[in-house]
Design a protein around this ligand. Structure first.
Ligand code: SF4
Length: 360
C-alpha cells in the first residue's frame, strides 16, 4: 500500500529532471509504488512534453498527487524572450535562486532537411573571461545542475513539438565553460541522447581548451563532437583575448584535441570569432589554416556580435569572406556561419547582460 508523504518531506519540491529513471524508481519504492511508473513519467515528460503530473492520466491519482507535492518538471521562469527574423529565439530563464541564464534556439533548413539546434548554458556566468564576451563580465556565479541543463533543451523541444517540429541538434556553447562543469555536461549529453533521443553525433561540446578534461572526455565513449573555441591562431594573441589561456599552453590544447580525434574518430571543430582588426588579418588566416590542417579539423568562422560595453568591432562581410578564401586557399576546410544573432542579442550573454543593466 503506497505511503502518504509527510508535510515536512514535501515542502521543497525537487527538480524532476535532476533525477534519473533509476533514482525516480527508488523514490517510488520509498512510497510503495511499483518501479514501472518511473518509465511512464519519463515518457510523459520527454516524449509527450507534459509538465503537469495531473495530466499524466495513466498514473494512479494518488501517485499524481504525491509527485506534484514532491517534484516540479520545470523550475525556471521565462523572464524574457528575444526573437530574430528567421526564427532564432533566445530565452532568458531565471532559476529559483534568482540566477539567470540564456538558451537559444537556432533554426536552419526546412521541410525534409530542417535542422533545429538548441544552444545550452552550463554555468551562470563564466570564469573564462574572454575579452569579447558578455557572459564573462562579472565572472561565474555557479554551475548549473543536470536538471537545469536538460530543462533548457526540453523547453525548446516542447515548443518545437507544439508546431510539429523536432529538436535535432544540441550545442553546449551557451553561457559557461562546459568542461569546467564536467560531470554535469557528460551526464546531460548521455541523457539528451537516452531520454530526448538526440543522436550523440548531433551533440557538440564546446570548450575554450582544458587539455586534461578533453582527454578525459575522449575516454567517455560519448561520440559527441568537440568544438575548440580557438579565436586566435597564436599563443600570444590568444592570451590577450582569453585570460584562461595564460595558464594553458596552446600546444597542449592542440595535442589534447589530436588525442580526442585519434581515440574517438570524431573530427574536431575549431570555432573562430572574427574581430575586426584583431584576428582577421591574412597572416592570421594562414596560421589558422596550419593549425586546422595539422589537426584535420574543420573551421567554423563567426562574425562578432558587438557588446555595448566592449571595444571589439564586427568585421565587414567582405572582410570575413576574404578571410574565408585565404583559409581555403591555404588548404583548410572552413565555412562562415550565418549570423542569426544581431537581432536576437544572440551573442553569448548579451540578453542577460541587457536585462541586468539599469535602464537608460
Ligand atoms: S566566450 Fe564562452 S568561454 Fe569565453 S567568457 Fe564567454 S561563455 Fe565563457
Amino acid at each position: 500500500m503506497p505511503v502518504e508523504p509527510t508535510a515536512g518531506e514535501t515542502t521543497a519540491r525537487s527538480h524532476l529532471l535532476d533525477f534519473t529513471t533509476e533514482e525516480l524508481e527508488l523514490w517510488l519504492d520509498d512510497f510503495g509504488w511499483p518501479a514501472f511508473h518511473a518509465r511512464q513519467v519519463r515518457r510523459w515528460v520527454f516524449e509527450q512534453h507534459v509538465r503537469r503530473f495531473a495530466d499524466m492520466t495513466d498514473l494512479p491519482s494518488g501517485l499524481r498527487r504525491q509527485l506534484d507535492e514532491g517534484f516540479a518538471v520545470f523550475v525556471a521562469d521565462e523572464v524574457e524572450r528575444s526573437n530574430a527574423p528567421g526564427g532564432t529565439a533566445k530565452l532568458l530563464l531565471r532559476w529559483p535562486d534568482g540566477a539567470s541564464t540564456e538558451t537559444v534556439m537556432i533554426p536552419a533548413g526546412d521541410h525534409g532537411r530542417a535542422r533545429r539546434t538548441v544552444c545550452l548554458s552550463t554555468q551562470v556566468g563564466c570564469n573564462v573571461g574572454c575579452r569579447f564576451c558578455a557572459s564573462g563580465i562579472g565572472g561565474m556565479r555557479r554551475n548549473l545542475s543536470v536538471g537545469e541543463v536538460l530543462e533548457q533543451a526540453l523547453r525548446i523541444a516542447a515548443e518545437l513539438a507544439s508546431r510539429g517540429e523536432s529538436l535535432t541538434h544540441v550545442v553546449f556553447m551557451g553561457m559557461g565553460e562546459p568542461l569546467a562543469n564536467y560531470g554535469v555536461t557528460v551526464e546531460a549529453v548521455r541523457r539528451l541522447n537516452r531520454a530526448l533521443g538526440i543522436g550523440r553525433r548531433r551533440i557538440t561540446v564546446s570548450t575554450v581548451g582544458l587539455p586534461k578534461q578533453i582527454r578525459r572526455l575522449a575516454g567517455e565513449d560519448l561520440q559527441a563532437t568537440l568544438a575548440l573555441s580557438l579565436h586566435a591562431p597564436t599563443s600570444e594573441l590568444r592570451r590577450r583575448l582569453i585570460p584562461w589561456a595564460e595558464a594553458i599552453d596552446l600546444d597542449a590544447v592542440l595535442d589534447a584535441c589530436r588525442e580526442y580525434f585519434r581515440r574517438t574518430g570524431r573530427e574536431v571543430t575549431l570555432e573562430y570569432c572574427l574581430l575586426a582588426g584583431v584576428n582577421d588579418e591574412p597572416e592570421h588566416a594562414r596560421q589558422l589554416a596550419e593549425i586546422a590542417t595539422g589537426l584535420r579539423a574543420h573551421v567554423n568562422l563567426m562574425m562578432y556580435n558587438p557588446v555595448v560595453e566592449l571595444p571589439f568591432v564586427r568585421p565587414s562581410r567582405n572582410r570575413a569572406i576574404a578571410f574565408l578564401k585565404d583559409l581555403r586557399a591555404a588548404g583548410a576546410n572552413a565555412h562562415l556561419r550565418h549570423s542569426r544573432g544581431l537581432e536576437a542579442d544572440a551573442a553569448c550573454g548579451q540578453l542577460r547582460r541587457r536585462h541586468e543593466l539599469p535602464a537608460g
